[in-house]
Design a protein around this ligand. Structure first.
Ligand code: GDP
Ligand code: ZN
Length: 451
């Protein structure tokens, strides 16, 4: 469907620059190269070329590079023209190439062709977009690892385990008389156990990867006057939120981006969670709840005397959101800054937003949760997390059937087999869309032109 067209785009960023690159891919690329150079180009050789209009008028002098298929980014014949980085000049070059038989590329079309020609799988193609858009050093490194295939390899391991479990279950389908015995086979039980553990750990890694690629979203919640705005300022190291002693000052949600040691955090200071009075307060409260629902982590700002009640309240409002409790204002009680970990409650950090004691403990914790320090992390996307979650649910369903068989309380091979087939389809979406045009369109159209 694509092979007939030759596409062209400016591959360098919009605006003026020292050098600008026009990239051409497709069957006509060779003829276009020969016409512009005046002779056949050598493969992977930088020709110094005089680029001219059809009537012979000089366009520019620059480099012409020729990458014959299949050893190119797209896997097709590719031509690159490196000219001076004037947007007008690059546009003239682009029109010249179009007159020679190419058409302007759509957003993401080069990467889409690379995917269709088997040069990259989907997760790797997405890693290229993530690399280009990376907002922190850690995000760059994570995208490079995904591009190198680290994520794809993890999915490959999962698929291998899934196949192992499916082989057993499909065998049970073929021998209905021994269905229960085959389902209760220790080899299947252990294959499923390995599969469950693996899908859970890849899911955790992917969630971390989303945080690394997009930055972690942290929202500050707590009763009025607990010190949320003061804490935001202490983390930012400057006065960005208005801090006052009047309860309810922060009516809107204030957002702030922080970068430290290579990770990116977005912090949102809210009006606090409380029974709101007037209309403005109710609106502030509504926005606080919305910020909380979409957050990766909530910092519940409280103190040693109130945190248990505050935690119960926050859990009731947002049961699924990961929480960290900040016990603020230790300076008032002469207490030391500490990190308190126990099994029954979320992590608590006692600190003082006013004196700054313990702020470093909180920063370290945030850094680690944002994916900093994990030197094998790879970038991932929300769609990957959702597909992995679907796979996890299906694997659980298969596991339940097998457990029933082990307990001699029924257990249907047919149900287990169906669940694992659905899990397989969910995993397939990660690295290849299997002809799912909508998914491919959605992924590649979010790229920029020339990628
Ligand atoms: P918010 O309503 O939760 O945003 O609270 P603010 O940050 O506006 O702080 C409310 C009041 O508590 C202000 O008077 C702050 O100066 C004070 N405050 C905040 N943090 C601390 C702290 O660590 N120690 C002390 N002693 N006072 C604090
Ligand atoms: Zn505030």
């Amino acid at each position: 469907m694509h092979a007939a067209d030759t596409i062209v785009a400016v591959a360098t960023a919009p605006g003026a620059g020292g050098v600008g690159i026009v990239r051409v891919s497709g069957a006509q690329a060779g003829t276009i190269a020969s016409t512009l150079l005046g002779r056949a180009p050598r493969a992977r050789h930088a020709h110094y070329a005089t680029l001219r209009e059809a009537d012979g008028a000089l366009l520019d002098r620059g480099l012409l590079l020729w990458f014959p298929a299949p050893h190119s980014y797209t896997g097709e014949d590719v031509l690159e023209l490196h000219a001076h980085g004037s947007p007008i000049l690059l546009d003239l070059l682009l029109r010249r190439v179009c007159a020679l038989g190419a058409r302007p590329a759509r957003a993401g079309e080069f990467s889409e062709r690379a995917y269709l020609n088997g040069k990259l799988d989907l997760a790797q193609a997405e890693a290229i977009a993530d690399l280009i858009a990376a907002g922190s050093e850690a995000a760059v490194r994570a995208a490079q690892r995904a591009l190198a295939g680290v994520f794809s390899a993890r999915v490959g391991e999962l698929q291998a385990l899934l196949t192992r479990a499916r082989v057993h279950i499909e065998a049970a389908l073929d021998f209905p008389d021994e269905e229960i015995e085959l389902l209760a086979d220790p080899a299947l039980v252990s294959a499923l156990a390995a599969l469950r553990a693996q899908v859970a750990s890849v899911l955790r890694e992917a969630q971390q990867g989303v945080r690394l690629a997009q930055g972690m979203n942290v929202v500050l919640i707590g009763r009025p006057n607990t010190g949320k705005s003061s804490l935001l300022n202490a983390l930012a190291g400057e006065d960005r939120a208005i801090v006052t002693a009047v309860p309810g000052t922060t009516r809107d949600v204030l957002r702030l981006e922080l970068q430290f040691d290579g990770v990116r955090l977005e912090l949102a200071d809210t009006a606090g969670l409380r029974e709101a009075g007037d209309a403005i307060e109710r609106e502030g409260m509504r926005r606080a709840m919305a910020a909380l629902a979409s957050a990766d982590l909530a910092l519940l700002v409280s103190d040693a005397g109130h945190w248990i009640a505050d935690l119960a309240d926050a859990r009731a409002r947002a049961p699924a959101t990961e929480l960290l409790v900040v016990l603020n204002k230790i300076d008032l009680f002469g207490q030391p800054a500490v990190r308190i970990e126990d099994a029954a409650s979320p992590l608590r950090i006692a600190l003082s937003a006013r004196s700054g004691a313990g702020i470093d403990l909180l920063r370290q914790e945030l850094h680690q949760r944002a994916g900093g320090g994990a030197d094998n992390a790879y970038s991932a996307r929300v769609r990957h997390v959702l597909a992995l979650q679907r796979a996890e649910v299906e694997i659980e369903a298969a596991h339940i059937e097998v457990q029933r068989a082990v307990a001699r309380r029924g257990g249907l091979a047919e149900l287990a087999a169906e669940a694992l087939r659905r899990a397989q389809r969910a995993l397939d979406e990660l690295t290849g869309a299997h002809g799912n045009e909508d998914l491919l369109g959605a992924i590649f159209s979010s790229f920029c032109i020339g990628k």
